[in-house]
Design a protein around this ligand. Structure first.
Ligand code: HEC
Length: 97
């Protein structure tokens, strides 16, 4: 009976593993995406995400935009990498409610 206590823990471990990796997303983003945004907005380029009005206002639109941009830049990211970048942008800038 005591072993049952581990079941929620295992479920949690699985969920954590499947979650997007925002840190990996930042590395990809900084390498492939920032330079062009900096040219337009100066600074670190992040104003493109925080300007008002901004284009993207929900997580689905953000994922689509990341996928479209990565295709455009020829970055050839895997879907998981796009997820990671979207997660980074959502966490750091968009903070969707
Ligand atoms: C060749 C230049 C260029 C590159 C490279 C680029 N972008 Fe962009 N990005 C733009 C432009 C231009 C806009 C603004 C479009 C507009 O205002 O209509 C934009 C807008 C965006 C937005 C929406 C901002 C908002 O208003 O909410 C996101 C998100 C975004 N880019 C993500 C990325 C990601 C992720 C990458 C890397 C895969 C990337 N971009 C690479 C030029 C670029």
């Amino acid at each position: 009976m005591r072993n049952l206590a581990f079941i929620p823990l295992l479920a949690l471990a699985a969920a954590v593993q499947a979650a997007p990796d925002a840190k990996a997303g930042k590395a990809l983003h900084d390498k492939q995406c920032v330079a062009c945004h900096v040219k337009m907005f100066g600074g670190d380029g992040s104003k493109i995400y925080t300007r008002s009005p901004r284009l993207i206002n929900d997580p689905a639109a953000l994922r689509q935009r990341v996928a479209a941009c990565s295709a455009q830049t020829g970055a050839k990211w895997f879907p998981e990498e796009e997820e990671n970048v979207a997660a980074y942008l959502a966490q750091q800038f968009y903070k969707f409610k």
